[in-house]
Write a protein that binds this ligand. Sequence first.
Ligand SMILES: [Zn+2]
Ligand SMILES: [Zn+2]
Length: 376
Amino acid sequence: MADKRDYYEVLGISKGASEDEIKKAYKKMARKYHPDLNPDNKEAEEKFKEVNEAYEVLSDPNKKARYDQYGHAGVDPNFGAGGAGFDGSFDFGDLGDIFGNFFGGGFGGGRRTNPNAPQRGESIRLSLTISFEEAAFGCEKEVTVERMEQCGTCGGSGCAAGATPEVCPDCHGSGQVQVRRQTPMGVFATSSPCGRCGGKGKIIHQPCPDCRGTGAVRKRKTIKASVPAGIDNGQTISIRGQGHAGKNGGPAGDLLITITVRPHELFRREGTSVLCEAPITFAQAVLGAELEIPTIDGKVKYDLPEGTQSGTTFRLKGKGIPSINGRGRGDQYVTVYIETPRNLNKEQKEALKKFAETMGDNNYEERRKFFKKSKK
Ligand SMILES: [Zn+2]
Ligand SMILES: [Zn+2]
């Protein structure tokens, strides 16, 4: 406090200065020491803070009166919140909710982003539905996207041929201006997007006719998407650099395609396994048979052993889904069930009755065990 300079001295004005003179002096000094015009200059930064602090007090009639009477002690910054907006580090606690919208990042608080710095473009998300087999073996698909691309006419500058953008005189290219607000807590200085340039930091006087000064144009583009073998429902493939164009020379965003796999009539999938159920006849189950089983590679032969029970699952090795990392393939699991014949004619029924009479309980192991247990 002791080595604090006099606020009038800081602004280079006399004690009897009018409101207008204070304002003018402040503008002049603030411009002189503005951090954007004095990059990496610690001294200028300190001066800039000092200038703002002085103006904080001298622009407020109440504080000015207290300062004129008591000096620095009358406007101790620990009393009230004067000056807090400048370093952006003041803790507003609960007041943050009330004043939250005032604080879009303090002056020199390091939270400002240079509007002219390269910015990565936004990603585009879309979904693509493919068949069960396409997911299993991979496929090439074409997708159409609407995206912002750099304007070819102006090369993204937004300027007509031969013209160059002007650095915004209000914000000096930072895209941010200081806003001062009188609140019950005192005067707050915060930064907000510059109204003159719309936060862009530059002004285009002769805009490019094709993009109207935005530097980007909307285009419809058809893009080849390579879907890898083994992809599963809900997985996303990303195609680098096929999203929206970046700004100020930044890279384009990505194209993100989320895959939906259409259900298959016969097959289900669990990881790299293919599951299916196959009906067999009573005679096939009893006598055994050579079955033709559908797989994603086409039909394969399988020797059903004699006496196969309904619900038995067998495995077809290597007939599952290729692993997405390219290492091997899963298996197919086939569960057989016996389809009981319906609508037998008289002759067939007679034959079956005769057959049944020849069968003792010993031929039906499971059945015999079941009823033996139920007698207890
Ligand atoms: Zn253009
Ligand atoms: Zn501006």
